[in-house]
Design a protein around this ligand. Sequence first.
Ligand code: ATP
Length: 197
Amino acid sequence: MASANRLIGLTGGIGTGKTTVSNYLAEKHNLPVLDADVYARQAVAQNSSILQTILARYGDRVKLPDNSLNRSALGEIIFNDPIEKQWLESQIHPFVRERFTQELQCAKSDTIVLAIPLLFEAHLTDMVTEIWVVSCDRASQMARLQQRNGLTSQQAQARIDNQLPLSEKAALADVVLNNDADLKYLYAQVDLALTQI
Ligand code: ATP
């Protein structure tokens, strides 16, 4: 069984600063971070049964020449089609949950961070004891997303709108980390949140 007392579910909107916070928690506070994105990639690794199921559904348009998944092609399909998005998530989310369960069983720390961008959407809130949402204003979110991912304003907008609204996530949080300003401001809130709850 997991021995941790604090299981911090770290989430937020796309590009709001989740990775920035999880890196800080790992590096500055030496906390173990379990990352849902890593498990989601494992779910569709080459030769995995989930990848075969995805290729069977969408065919060559989501396949790279080396037979691995063309993630951006799949991304385009699901960003434009809620039914397909739901189907894909029904394939991947149970795998991600199972991987968290496995890792938590052998984790030794009293506090563990579960970095889960889709914490709410994937119904994983029962896996954590507290929820932290990294939030920022829409203008910062758009700017950071466009700059980092080389997206047009329209593409960035579509990705933000594809998620549960940030305000709804913040309303469900135990801790809201405001990332509207500089990193010093963000990190001070993280330090404080660790001493609370
Ligand atoms: P994604 O959902 O896309 O994985 P994320 O929520 O993990 O994103 P980060 O990768 O941490 O977000 O941050 C998004 C981008 O914004 C990164 O390029 C990061 O360096 C930058 N960034 C984060 N916080 C700040 C800040 N306070 N000031 C300036 N830039 C920031």
